[in-house]
Design a protein around this ligand. Structure first.
Ligand code: SF4
Length: 471
């Protein structure tokens, strides 16, 4: 019988079926960062247990690391303590830590793929919701909580229920000015923030086939915002080309053998799905969120929807969003004034994101009332961007060019909104207070749209700005 990638990866990693109905699943790669790991390591110490597979465990620092200067000790004592903790834990338990001195520090979901650690056919876990990013390579990757981090450190296994599978086919061709971020925001708008509960999402179709790995990562990254346990794209030549030559990917002869195995893990024609959803990528516009979850999103050419346009069970959250965001239904989203522009995060902090944003930034100056920052996802992204002169393009336009980290995505570091500020953000969550101020407001959009908002001082249609530039 034809199988999906989910079936194959799950079967290959099943240790046993548990009486609870869950699977004891072997985890091929465990990614660790400084925020969700300290308690897990402490529990291991108390239980006098080692890390079972230190060579399958890799750590970095991203959430708390400041982006204006990374000179130690950090000004923030708590950040310095967390930094020392992860250094001690990695030293004591024999885990490889990609800190700044390695030249490969960055957001955990940026450096895994960059180093070639993220590969097809794996199971990947990390104490972070956006672990779904790695699914872009054709694997099963999901976020876990701190007690599960402990379980994986100690046993390399997790007790987990196999999700159902929904295939999402995006056909057609994306119009100019419409990006991977718009595709996933549209999917979440269409299927809802709870639409994926109990599911894994398999993304497919002509649009996904043509996407680069970085674009596929953007799509898979936000699977969790759609409620899905994980999301993936079947591996293909684009995947193998990206991985070839990466420092921690299989090398030389081993690479060809790996490709043969990776190919064998892809979903087969005729495989069964629990559900299939389709959309036409040709009809999409740049998308902007207007509310307090990523499903409250509209095309930049639309107006804030009225409460009665939502199903009954979504009206209350719509009313809540109007009040919190201070946006009136029926008002066009374009023209909404912004105070801050943030380009970065594990959704959109990669080189291709910065290139697209720089293309727009080059066309104008950041408005004087806007604070605009660009935060590369990793040291490698920063190096490549600087080699191309993107940092200079951003600086000339009025953006600040920062050091790598999660920055204002979650604001567990000095990069925070202040008061009721409105932020055009290329990150993934627009929840109340997400960017550091309890009353701060977030509008999610693509990096190019953030750059457009920065130079116009308000939400703007990047297609208009790019008109006549060949994009
Ligand atoms: S960039 Fe944001 S979503 Fe991604 S790992 Fe960091 S805090 Fe989490």
């Amino acid at each position: 019988m034809a199988k999906t990638l989910l079936d194959k990866v799950w079967d290959a990693h099943t240790v046993t079926e548990l009486p609870s109905g869950q699977t004891q699943l072997f985890i091929g790669l465990h990614l660790v960062h400084e925020v969700t790991s300290p308690q897990a390591f402490q529990m291991l110490r108390e239980l006098k247990l080692p890390v079972l597979y230190p060579d399958r465990t890799v750590a970095t620092v991203d959430h708390i690391i400041p982006t204006h200067t990374q000179v130690r000790p950090f000004d923030d004592e708590q950040a310095e303590t967390m930094m020392r903790e992860i250094e001690r834990n990695c030293r004591d338990f024999g885990i490889r830590l990609f800190d700044r001195s390695t030249g490969n520090q960055g957001i955990v979901h940026v450096i895994g793929p960059e180093l070639g650690l993220t590969q097809p056919g794996l199971t990947i876990a990390c104490g972070d919701s956006h672990t779904s990013t790695h699914g872009a390579f054709g694997n099963v990757a999901f976020g876990i909580g701190t007690s599960q981090v402990r379980d994986v450190l100690a046993s390399q296994c997790l007790a987990i229920k196999k999700p159902k599978l929904r295939r999402i086919e995006v056909g057609g061709t994306l119009p100019p000015g419409v990006y991977a971020k718009d595709v996933i925001l549209h999917i979440i708008r269409m299927l809802g923030v709870k639409g994926g509960v109990g599911y894994a999402y398999e993304y497919a179709g002509a649009v996904l086939d043509r996407m680069s790995m970085e674009e596929r990562m953007t799509v898979c990254n936000m699977s969790i915002e759609a409620g899905a346990r994980c999301g993936y794209v079947n591996p293909d030549q684009t995947t193998y080309d990206y991985l070839g030559g990466r420092p921690l990917a299989p090398q030389q002869g081993a690479f060809e053998r790996a490709v043969a195995w990776w190919q064998s893990m892809a979903s087969e024609p005729g495989a069964g799905y629990d559900d299939v959803a389709r959309l036409d990528g040709s009809s999409l516009s740049p998308v902007v969120t207007w509310g307090i979850n990523p499903g409250q999103a509209i095309g930049v050419d639309e107006s804030i929807p009225r409460a009665d346009s939502f199903p009954a069970d979504e009206r209350e959250v719509a009313e809540d969003a109007y009040g919190y965001m201070d946006l009136r239904p029926g008002t066009p989203i374009a023209g909404t004034r912004i105070d801050v522009a943030f380009i970065g995060s594990c959704t959109n902090g990669r080189l291709s994101d910065l290139r697209e944003a720089a293309r727009v930034a080059k066309l104008g100056k950041v408005k004087s009332h806007v604070k605009a920052i660009v935060v590369p996802g990793s040291q490698e992204v920063a190096r490549q961007a600087e080699a191309e002169g993107l940092d200079e393009v951003f600086r000339a336009s009025g953006f600040e060019w920062r050091l790598p980290g999660c920055s204002m995505c979650l604001a567990m570091n000095p990069d925070k909104l202040v008061g009721r500020q409105v932020c055009a953000s290329s990150s993934n969550r627009n929840f109340k207070g997400r960017q550091g101020s309890p009353s701060g407001r977030t509008l999610l959009m693509s990096p190019a749209m953030v750059a457009a908002a920065a130079i116009e001082g308000a939400v703007s249609d990047v297609r208009r700005i790019l008109e006549g530039t060949g994009r």
